[in-house]
Design a protein around this ligand. Structure first.
Ligand code: 6GU
Length: 274
């Protein structure tokens, strides 16, 4: 997979040389190129921002450097994008749609991602509109990490590239780790333990040392269901009860969730004694 990142702080992406992502790059499974947006300015101050039309606080990123940067990066050529491929343009912004594990999986199947990292109050809206009409661009996605505001898109790119790179075939040593982790089945992960058996007075749950793989799988599943019900009711509400077994349903019922008329989970109304 090829990844291009355009912004005014290309050095911000240095952590992508480390750990899993760094190894994916040195083994050739992933190619990441960071570009300095100011390379496509033409004034002495290398200006990338201007005041907003309509007034208001802060500055907006000018469209011209972005247009020229995208012309150059999307043209590919020597050291450029994959031959014959079209790029998915990803615009990190708190106004985007949520970045999820499902979107990470979608990106991991693509040949080419191009990220535009905005700063200040964002990028002139015409940049994304014009990019979406370009033949080298397959689609433009505005994505958000969550409901809070970062100072720019670079930290989001670190997150998104790491989430995607670990899904690329050959990047993880043991691909089984992908099938049992949080969010792959709409649930949070069960708690994990290693040696020693007792640590600072706390024992590892006995069942995990029983060797009974059926009971261990059930305990892990119930732990995941209870944890999800406790901290992420939105994830329980999004589950399809038809995809769960009787033991799953019993565990969720004990945690206060039952299937309603519409076939979705709903919280059990509290029982008020009269
Ligand atoms: Cl993707 N970008 C910025 N600037 N802020 C954010 C975000 C992205 N996701 C949450 N907050």
């Amino acid at each position: 997979m090829r990844v291009d990142v355009i912004g005014i702080f290309p050095e911000y992406l240095a952590p992508l040389e480390l750990s899993i992502v760094g190894r994916a790059r040195t083994t050739g499974l992933l190619e990441v190129v960071a570009h300095d947006l100011r390379d496509w300015t033409h004034d002495v101050h290398r200006t990338v921002d201007d005041t907003p039309y309509g007034g208001g606080a802060g500055m907006v990123m000018k469209p011209e450097p972005w247009g020229e940067a995208l012309d150059a990066v999307l043209a590919g050529g020597p050291g450029g994008g994959p031959a014959g491929a079209r790029a998915r343009l990803v615009v990190p912004t708190p106004g985007g749609r949520p970045f999820t594990q499902a979107l990470a999986e979608e990106y991991a199947a693509l040949p080419w991602l191009v990220f535009t990292c905005g700063r200040y109050e964002g990028i002139d809206a015409r940049v994304a509109a014009q990019a979406a009409a370009r033949p080298e661009v397959e689609a433009v996605d505005e994505v958000s990490l969550g409901d809070y505001v970062l100072a720019g898109g670079e930290a989001a790119v670190l997150v998104i590239v790491e989430a995607v790179a670990r899904l690329l075939p050959g990047v993880l040593g043991n691909p089984d780790s992908l099938s049992e982790e949080s969010h792959t089945d709409g649930l949070l992960e069960y708690p994990v333990y290693t040696k020693p058996q007792a640590w600072r007075g706390i024992e590892v749950p006995e069942i995990l040392r029983s060797g009974d793989h059926g009971r261990i799988a059930r305990w892990r599943r119930d732990s995941a269901l209870r944890r999800t019900a406790a901290v992420r009711p939105d994830l329980v509400a999004a589950l399809d009860p038809a995809g769960l077994d009787r033991a799953d349903l019993a565990t969720l019922a004990a945690a206060g969730w039952v299937p309603g008329e519409d076939g979705r989970f709903r919280p059990v109304p509290p029982c008020v004694p009269d």
